[in-house]
Ligand binder design. Structure first.
Ligand code: GLA
Length: 409
């Protein structure tokens, strides 16, 4: 199926053009021979493929290691499209793994993990975040979804896109080394209408960016809100809390929630509240303040509305910057999405043990999930998340990794 990126050329930066080339090349490669690519153990110097393990039904799961020219290394598996690790340099050039996760497939499949359900590093779909009561109406029909978060539906349901096996296609291109992941979600899967063909492309560029491109088509109208659920600790995963990380969100407003974390419908200014991250502020500075919204989330677990001004819907806009003083590591996130969920790792409680044998304690990682607003299928005033047949869903988020002595302006 051809990718219709031509509509994006209007705002085509060299980076964007490079990415387009990468995606097109990947598709050409796939058209030539998909079996060939999956049979080989390596497609060149920057990508290595190996077996990660097997699912209970016997299907093989792989791991892809992408490395860029500066030594940044990203490991991804086609189970859930999970980012397993990401090694980036600190101010002194020392590499650490900054992504929370595990070394083995078994760890992701374990009952313990599935009960805790932190969605470490995974692709989230069909719908990132919550749908109230697990119900929505569309074109006169009411649909019922799994209520896997109290009375609400969360992150696509019992067997969301984070728990399915994606078809993977590694590629190398001028834009960087990458991996295209494809998954077809059948009509009725997890209660959603329509057969949804989805594609997520990870590209690791030599400009130290991780570019994530999402694309999907459907044969019936369906809600869709894909995102990436990586948790980072910029000191290195397995370190203590992220409370000293400084966060800047390009978000003058957020959507307050009720006590089950469903938006009330209000779009509230952050001014004068602990939700004002328009200037970089340590995550922990106000997290314990007495505040109804912080109490509902057990900390930050909220949808922030980005200042997109008049940017076109396909234009990348700055969403967030996070800087960690000790290592100097900085991550800058730009996106085509209208919002971002900032989750301060409030549900982590030390029960899960990470790659270094360290327990992942309370707030030892943060997630910044670019998205449309939670519960949009039930909230008419929110930007629509309905994908119609004949339309193509497209979304892009870019994470840029660097290290510097101070955050600057
Ligand atoms: C999202 C949700 C949180 C939580 C995490 C994973 O950020 O908003 O409430 O579910 O995912 O634990």
């Amino acid at each position: 199926m051809p990718l219709m990126y031509s509509q994006r050329l209007r705002n085509g930066s060299p980076l964007l053009l490079g990415a387009i080339a990468a995606v097109l090349l990947a598709n050409t490669a796939q058209a030539q021979s998909s079996s060939e690519a999956s049979a080989s153990s390596s497609v060149g110097s920057g990508i290595q493929t190996s077996v990660f393990g097997h699912l209970p039904d016997g299907r093989q799961v792989d791991v892809y290691q992408l490395t860029n020219a500066n030594g940044i290394e990203l490991r991804v598996t086609n189970y859930g499209g999970i980012i397993l690790s990401l090694k980036t340099p600190d101010m002194d050039g020392k590499f650490d793994d900054i992504a929370l996760g595990f070394d083995s497939l078994e760890a992701y499949l374990s009952d313990e993990y599935r009960q805790a359900n932190p969605y470490f590093g995974a692709i989230i779909g069909r719908y990132g975040n919550r749908i109230a009561g697990g119900q929505f109406s569309l074109d006169g029909e009411t649909y019922s979804l799994a209520t896997n978060d109290g009375s609400n539906h969360l992150h696509g349901g019992d067997q969301g896109f984070d728990k399915v096996l994606w078809q993977a296609e590694p590629f190398e291109s001028d834009a960087g080394n990458g991996l295209v992941l494809r998954y077809t979600s059948e009509d009725g899967e997890e209660g959603y209408p329509g057969k949804l063909e989805s594609e997520v492309t990870y590209t690791l560029t030599d400009n130290d960016e991780l570019m994530v491109d999402y694309r999907a088509v459907t044969d019936k109208a369906t809600p869709i809100n894909l995102t990436q659920h990586s948790y980072f600790n910029l000191k290195g995963e397995g370190s203590d809390t992220i409370l000293d990380h400084q966060l800047m969100l390009n978000a003058p407003e957020f959507t307050p929630v009720n006590d089950t974390l469903i938006p009330t419908g209000e779009i509230r200014s952050v001014e004068g509240t602990p939700f004002d991250f328009t200037q970089a502020t340590p995550i922990g500075e106000r997290i314990e303040q007495e505040n109804e919204q912080l109490a509902f989330g057990g900390g930050y677990d909220h949808n922030f509305v980005l200042a997109r001004d008049n940017a076109a819907s396909d234009e990348l806009v700055l969403a967030a910057k996070v800087w960690e003083p000790q290592s100097g590591r900085l991550v800058e996130i730009t996106t085509t999405e209208p919002a971002i969920q900032f989750y301060s790792g409030n549900f982590l409680n030390g029960d899960l043990t990470g790659k270094q044998g360290q327990a992942y304690g309370h707030r030892s990682g943060f997630a910044l999930e670019t998205q449309h607003y939670p519960d949009s299928p039930n909230q008419e005033a929110f930007p629509s998340t309905i994908l119609e047949p004949g339309e193509t869903y497209r979304s892009r988020t870019v994470y840029r990794f660097s290290a510097q002595q101070d955050l600057g302006s």
